[in-house]
Write a protein that binds this ligand. Structure first.
Ligand code: VGL
Ligand code: ZN
Length: 209
């Protein structure tokens, strides 16, 4: 089974969003092409889904500004602008994304005490989202990962896929992803490659027939 995992392609990470990734919306047509022509058996989308008082928000830390480091449950935490609050437009999938082509949605980041970059588990690794069990039950053998943001949620999701799903061929689709910081993107790609994630383009994937 071949699965496409679309990470956080939400308004909040696109232009006009509360935590906009530069050119984030550019992943939408590429994702749609992969959904339509990628011959996937399964398409899963993760959704950052925070309560309004989530502890990763700088607004919850008096005197702190977004993109400063702070602490959350005693651990270092990048503090973000309020984003992807449950039930708001910011948390909705980008309106251009082929929503009807998505088979399963995995929400994350609902516990205010811990952030969850990965679609598989919280950053402290204490609680699983259930995605690894879902993909294992579906007998997924190839997992293609793309979306937003390469240097945070996409990277964490790909590394966890390698760590938690031994034997699964995990691939990162570069042109269907965008990152927050260019240096961070380069480092993230190196880290994923070192962990055994295969770095691909949508062209490579669509040429597999
Ligand atoms: C993300 C920071 C905070 C992401 C989510 O989707 O990459 N980054 N929440
Ligand atoms: Zn978030």
């Amino acid at each position: 089974m071949k699965c496409l995992l679309l990470v956080d392609i939400q308004n909040g990470f696109c232009s006009g969003g509360n935590l906009a990734v530069p050119h984030g919306e550019d992943v939408v047509p590429v994702a749609n092409r992969l959904i339509a022509e990628g011959r996937y058996d399964l398409v899963v989308a993760s959704q950052d889904w925070h309560p309004a008082d989530h502890g990763s928000f700088a607004s919850q830390h008096p005197g702190k500004k977004p993109f400063e480091m702070g602490t959350l449950s005693g651990k270092p935490q990048m503090l973000w602008p309020d984003h992807c609050v449950q039930g708001t437009r910011d948390a909705q999938f980008h309106p251009g994304l082929n929503f009807a082509g998505i088979d399963h949605i995995q929400r994350k980041g609902e516990n205010r005490e811990v952030d969850s970059y990965s679609a598989f588990r919280d950053n402290d690794h204490a609680a699983l989202t259930g995605l690894s069990g879902y993909l294992a039950r579906a007998r997924v053998g190839t997992l293609d990962i793309c979306g937003l943001a390469t240097d945070y949620c996409v990277k964490a999701t790909a590394l966890d896929a390698k760590a938690m799903m031994p034997g699964v061929d995990v691939r990162f689709i570069a042109d269907a992803s965008r990152g927050i910081d260019p240096a961070g993107v380069q480092a993230a790609i190196a880290e994923m490659a070192a962990a055994g994630v295969r770095i691909m383009t949508s062209r490579d994937v669509l040429a597999e027939r």
